[in-house]
Design a protein around this ligand. Structure first.
Ligand SMILES: Cc1cc2nc3c(=O)[nH]c(=O)nc-3n(C[C@H](O)[C@H](O)[C@H](O)COP(=O)(O)OP(=O)(O)OC[C@H]3O[C@@H](n4cnc5c(N)ncnc54)[C@H](O)[C@@H]3O)c2cc1C
Length: 303
């Protein structure tokens, strides 16, 4: 924990929107996580640049988050400043079949906006609860389509405030992988490429996706979606199911009975309980099937 006096200048320059010791369970879909030393939701690019400038100048570590739907924050919280990309990055407009969205826009909103604009190809975003910035970083996907299939350009800034524009072919996409996982870059806006499609057809496809998610996923409990990546040649969920891990529970963290690749928070789960359960599932799957599962979620913070 740093000396709060160190943060005074921050507070002044960020219109007082800075929070100290902000519990991260308020900002993760798992509803788990200790406090961030400092926390800010910038009102736009300029405030983001100010926060970055001060953090770099003072040597304060920076963590960027979106909607926190793919994060496990450890119980010790996060050192330094957490910058949440949200409402300050919420503009969305369409030009022909291209949608320009601020990185804080939620994927569900983009799917609805595309439907209302008669732009198809983005239906798979329905029901993925994150922001488009987080989705680009993770190359999120579902039903055989990923962000890499619809990205046209990505606008971002580095920690010094320099701005860059990447085209899709520069982003070294892979399964749940993009160049942003290795570089210190913050996504601020994206251009998404769709195609003309009748609103009624888009609506029908979105409806199918949403009901399939409701049927298969334990949406009634806090989670971070799929915990493990699918190993090549198999599916993590199937391996976990075959290894009879469903229902395994440590504290309030439980391997979902509805979807084997989800770990749900049944009330007051801690990050250390989730991490112990992840280890238990990995060991069990390894010994029963020979597959080594790799986590898909991002694990952050102090032990
Ligand atoms: C119920 C449920 C269902 C889900 N279903 C799916 C699914 O079908 N497919 C799928 O792929 N995922 C799924 N997820 C996981 C998650 O929603 C996606 O990975 C999502 O795209 C993450 O976005 P986020 O804004 O929540 O990012 P966060 O979880 O906040 O962050 C994820 C990563 O991106 C970084 N990051 C976030 N925003 C930015 C930014 N603007 N600039 C730079 N870095 C940034 C963070 O540092 C972190 O490394 C699901 C999650 C839940 C809870």
């Amino acid at each position: 924990m740093r000396d709060p006096n160190e943060y005074k200048e921050f507070s002044r320059l960020t219109n007082g929107s800075l929070l100290i010791n902000e519990p991260m369970d308020r900002h993760t879909s798992w509803k788990i996580g200790g406090p961030a030393d400092l926390f800010i939701e910038p009102s736009g690019v300029e405030e983001l640049k100010t926060a970055l400038f001060l953090a770099v100048e003072k040597g304060i570590p920076v963590t960027i988050i979106g909607a926190g739907t793919n994060l496990l924050v450890r119980d010790g919280g996060i050192e330094g400043i957490v910058i949440k990309i949200s409402g300050g990055f919420s503009e969305i407009i369409a030009d022909k079949n291209i949608i320009s969205a601020g990185s804080g826009v939620k994927l569900n909103r983009i799917a609805l906006f595309a439907r209302d604009s008669g732009i198809g190809g983005l239906e798979f975003l329905s029901g993925i609860p994150g922001t488009v910035g987080g989705a680009v970083v993770m190359n999120a996907g579902a039903y055989g389509v990923s962000l890499s299939d619809i990205i046209n350009q990505v606008f971002c800034i580095d920690f010094k405030g320099n701005e860059y524009v990447y085209s899709s072919d520069q982003l070294d996409w892979g399964y749940r992988k993009s160049i942003f996982q290795e570089k210190e870059l913050i996504v601020t806006r994206v251009l998404l490429q769709g195609e003309a499609k009748a609103e009624s057809l888009i609506a029908a496809d979105m409806e199918k996706i949403i009901s399939s998610r409701r049927e298969k996923q334990p949406l009634e409990y806090p989670s971070a979606g799929s915990v493990f990546k699918n190993p090549s040649g198999s599916y993590a969920g199937r391996l976990i199911q075959e290894s009879q891990c469903q229902g395994m529970q440590i504290g309030d963290a439980q391997v979902s009975l509805k979807h084997a690749n989800f770990i749900i928070n049944r009330g007051n789960a801690t990050a250390s309980q989730v991490l112990s359960l992840i280890d238990l599932v990995r060991e069990t799957v390894k010994s029963k099937t020979g597959f080594s599962l790799e986590v898909e979620i991002n694990i952050l913070g102090r032990c």
